[in-house]
Design a protein. Structure first.
Ligand code: PGA
Length: 249
């Protein structure tokens, strides 16, 4: 944790769940929200509106999993940042490794999307992380520093932008880096944020993501510069998600 920074525990529901499951999950998360921690859920696009309704009156924030770089226009199948803001989203995940892989999103694309998010008053949650080959060849920190330099736009710090460090090989695999490796990467990310944004970079939240679960959350979330988590699989059960949040608080 970074002293004085309120942790963010974010659920990335990915492409999972029926409408009934999504609203039940949202109600379960809303019932357990803890004031010391900011809770965020990011459902798939079709579930945003009913999940917003299920969260009404709670302190749980709503986010999306992607947005387009343009504010509107001829982009069949895409969703614009102002549309997300309009229906009550406060955050948007950008540059998740699954989007970088499935849709070929480069750092430049992620940056353009982050610019669009900021223009719509959404807080971008920009994901970075190395592949297993890059970790094994000792390039992890250089890769992540490059992703940050390419993906974070001007205005990111002023808007309270969030960085999520998610080693690609740890996502959905049950494997995590060692605590020492997570701490070293988060310290490097902090240094990059401070070098880019000055003192404002010292308090931006840096989340860890990749097989975070109730059994490892306490140890990982206690590491310096780990200011919360981005959780996939374990965010699909309210009980597990809230147990991770409890470990952060
Ligand atoms: P996981 O996913 O918790 O299932 O590993 C994390 C993520 O991809 O955001």
């Amino acid at each position: 944790m970074t002293p004085g920074v309120r942790p963010l525990i974010a659920g990335n529901w990915k492409m999972n769940g029926t409408l009934a499951e999504a609203t039940a999950l949202a109600r379960g998360v809303a019932a357990g929200s803890a004031p010391a921690v900011e809770l965020l859920v990011c459902p798939p696009f079709p579930h945003l509106v009913p999940v917003a309704a299920a969260l009404a009156g709670s302190a749980v924030a709503l986010g999306a999993q992607d947005c387009h770089a343009a504010a509107k226009g001829a982009h069949t199948g895409d969703v614009a940042a102002p549309m997300l803001a309009d229906l009550g989203a406060r955050y948007v995940i950008l540059g998740h490794s699954e989007r970088r892989a499935d849709h070929g999103e480069s750092d430049a694309v992620v940056r353009a999307k982050a610019v669009a998010a900021l223009a719509a008053a959404l807080v971008p949650v920009v994901c970075v992380g190395e592949s297993e080959a890059q970790r094994l060849s000792g390039e992890a920190e250089t890769v992540v520093a490059g992703q940050l330099a390419g993906s974070l736009p001007e205005g990111f710090a002023a808007a309270g932008g969030v960085v999520a460090y998610e080693p690609v090989w740890a996502i959905g695999t049950g494997r995590t880096p060692t605590e020492a490796d997570i701490a070293a990467m988060h310290a490097r990310i902090r240094a990059e944020l401070e070098a880019t944004f000055g003192p404002a970079g010292a308090t931006l939240r840096i989340l860890y993501g990749g097989s975070l679960k109730p059994s490892n959350a306490e140890a990982i979330l206690a590491l310096p510069h780990v200011d919360g988590g981005l959780i996939g699989g374990a965010s699909l059960k309210a009980e597990d998600f809230l147990a991770i949040a409890a470990a952060a608080g």
